[in-house]
Design a protein around this ligand. Structure first.
Ligand SMILES: Nc1ncnc2c1ncn2[C@@H]1O[C@H](COP(=O)(O)OP(=O)(O)O)[C@@H](O)[C@H]1O
Ligand SMILES: [Mg+2]
Length: 276
């Protein structure tokens, strides 16, 4: 079994106005996996993510990273945020420098690295998100999708172990979504653990190794995505629906075969099995 990289134990968090963000939330995120946090609006996904790198602090309960209790001392938070990189839902809340290059360089410069090392990291991060051509552009001239990729590059330039993304597909058009998905797959293949929040069940079903379901501030289920077909009632119980690929699969009634995870695989199955 894969070891835990992040663990939440009975975490409670209320916002200053009394809203419940997390309510006795317990879960484990496995190292090296692609984990999707699913849940309705207001279920606590963003609040959960903000606890992973110490931006929010539990009022009760514990968060562990790499088997160690989080420390909220400044020096340790800096180290934690180097290891756990977060891409926020809205790129405008993350970008603040004049140019793309300056923005991506900001984090590494603050680590006190040499100018050469910073330059090298920025080049590699921009290449990873396919944005070299935009390096000297003003950030405000970029499209929404490009801004998201600049945020991702800024995180990658810190050489994180865990990548956290809040609703990464929201606001991207279908072509950009496909591009972002293959980018996430490349990063995962390079060894990063990836944890993201989404309300897009079809995307989560196609992409993730593990799905974590949140409801009213709690983690209510943790499912290995390739076993989802046998646990569909969990999704309906929490009002998440059934992935579209699985709905078609259910209608085909091919229970003995391994369910496909994408529309492409489903189409291939249909053609290969001679459905007319
Ligand atoms: N800054 C905030 N101030 C007060 N309440 C908040 C704030 N952010 C989130 N909440 C509340 O906390 C709960 C969980 O929200 P959130 O973590 O944003 O859910 P999700 O990301 O799943 O949509 C909701 O009831 C929401 O209204
Ligand atoms: Mg959210």
């Amino acid at each position: 079994m894969t070891g835990a990289i992040l663990e939440f134990q009975a975490v409670h968090y209320r916002y200053p106005d009394g809203s419940k963000g997390l309510d006795d939330c317990t879960l484990m995120i496995a190292e090296g996996e692609r984990t999707a946090i699913l849940g309705a609006n207001g279920a606590g996904k963003t609040t959960l993510l903000l606890h992973t790198n110490g931006l929010l602090r539990p009022q009760q309960g514990e968060v562990r990273y790499d088997d160690r209790l989080l420390s909220y001392r400044r020096a340790e938070l800096i180290r934690l945020r180097t290891d756990i990189g977060m891409v926020f839902q809205n790129p405008d809340s993350q970008l603040f420098s004049a140019s793309v290059r300056e923005d991506v360089a900001f984090g590494p410069l603050n680590l006190g690295l040499s100018a050469d090392e910073v330059g090298h990291r920025v080049d590699r991060a921009l290449a990873a998100v396919h944005l070299n051509d935009c390096a000297h552009k003003p950030v405000q001239h970029l499209s929404f999708g490009q801004k998201k990729r600049v945020c991702l590059a800024g995180v990658l330039a810190m050489h994180p172990r865990v990548l956290i993304l809040d609703e990464p597909m929201a606001g991207l058009d279908p072509a950009m979504q496909r591009e972002f998905l293959s980018l996430l797959d490349e990063l995962h293949a390079s060894g990063l653990s990836v944890l993201l929040a989404t309300h897009d069940l079809d995307f989560a079903y196609q992409w993730s190794d593990t799905m974590v379901i949140m409801d009213a501030g709690k983690c209510v289920a943790r499912i290995a995505t390739d076993t989802l077909s046998a646990q569909q009632e969990v999704l309906t119980r929490f009002g998440l629906g059934i992935p579209q690929v699985m709905q078609v699969w259910n209608a085909l009634g091919s229970a003995e075969d391994t369910p496909p995870r994408s529309v492409e695989d489903l189409c291939r199955y249909i053609v290969d099995n001679g459905y007319k």
